[in-house]
Design a protein around this ligand. Structure first.
Ligand code: ATP
Ligand code: ZN
Length: 285
């Protein structure tokens, strides 16, 4: 039986989250001990550990069937790949930055300037769309030091908190692109591999769904139940169980993480007591 080959970053900002996702899907990966390829012991997949920049090419050439990379790398490498799932981790942005002292007003600052970046294709498109004529200086790493050493007037690099920029005397002036980790594949997989991928995607979506939701249990006097049920936008109608104490019930439901605190306030206001909120490990829809 064939195995689905998944390429992930060997070591870097995507590695830990990529491995965690695979493990949360119940896929066991033996400790590779620095190996390039390792096989799962309980699911038909092989994991290839690569540099993130090489993953698009490997997937396009079908050395790997699918891969996990940042959207920034996907767009920069311009390979013919499809995003099959956004993964929500390693969120960052690609931004233009200049020295703190620069009196920056707008993008026209970059006309006639030199900008250092590891993302020349994305930056070229961005400047073209915005009618800016600048020189792009490609460097493969440590872009943040380019202005300090006099190589460029500005840089275009990955930013998350901005602390790296700050400690190099730079300030962020324009966001070029937002990025997160995505699962990519080449156009067509054979049917056996597609079946494995479908199973994997089902698991990934269950894990993601569970992260967005919480299981909630509460006690309430029976006369308030109707009001409380209206507050809870659960997947289904909530479960209601009688308590030993006369006239009281226990109510169970699922709520979404983003509305969490608002809902809790409302529930308290409606007479709910003993509210328990527990994480959900998997959610099968
Ligand atoms: P490699 O050795 O594999 O080429 P790298 O040095 O190019 O690694 P990393 O710095 O590990 O790459 O970043 C990998 C990806 O993680 C980036 O392409 C981007 O999508 C994302 N990323 C980078 N920096 C951050 C950050 N500070 N916060 C969150 N995500 C980030
Ligand atoms: Zn890289």
């Amino acid at each position: 039986m064939s195995k689905l080959k998944i390429a992930i970053q060997k070591s870097g900002r995507l590695s830990e989250n990529s491995l965690r996702l695979i493990q949360e899907c119940g896929i066991k990966i033996p400790n590779g001990g620095g190996k390039l390829i390792t096989e799962s012991t309980n699911f038909p997949v092989e994991i290839l550990f690569l540099r993130d920049d090489d993953i698009p090419q490997y997937v396009e050439q079908k050395v790997a069937d699918i891969g996990i990379i940042g959207e920034n790398v996907l767009i920069e490498t311009r390979k013919n790949l499809v995003v099959i799932q956004k993964l929500g981790f390693s969120a960052c942005r690609l931004s233009l930055a200049v020295a703190k002292e620069v009196d920056y007003k707008d993008l026209s600052y970059f006309n006639g300037k030199k900008v250092a970046t590891s993302y020349p294709s994305i930056l070229e498109d961005y400047f073209q769309e915005n009618n800016i004529k600048a020189t792009i200086e490609f460097i493969s790493g440590s872009v943040e030091i380019a202005t300090g050493i006099g190589l460029a007037d500005g840089i275009c690099d990955i930013v998350s908190s901005g602390s790296t920029l700050f400690s190099n005397g730079l300030k962020e002036v324009e966001k070029v692109l937002s990025s997160q980790a995505v699962l990519v594949a080449a156009e067509k997989l054979d049917s056996e591999k597609q079946q494995i991928l479908d199973k994997l995607l089902f698991r990934i979506r269950s894990v993601q769904k569970a992260k967005e939701s919480k299981y909630i249990l509460l006690n309430a006097p029976n006369q308030n139940l109707e009001r409380i049920i209206k507050i809870l936008p659960g997947m289904n109608s909530p479960t209601i169980l009688p308590l030993a104490q006369e006239g009281w019930s226990s109510l169970h439901s699922v709520i979404s993480e983003d509305k969490f605190w608002d809902i809790i306030e409302e529930l308290k206001g409606a007479g709910a007591e003993g509210i328990l909120v527990v994480p959900i490990e998997k959610m099968i829809l």
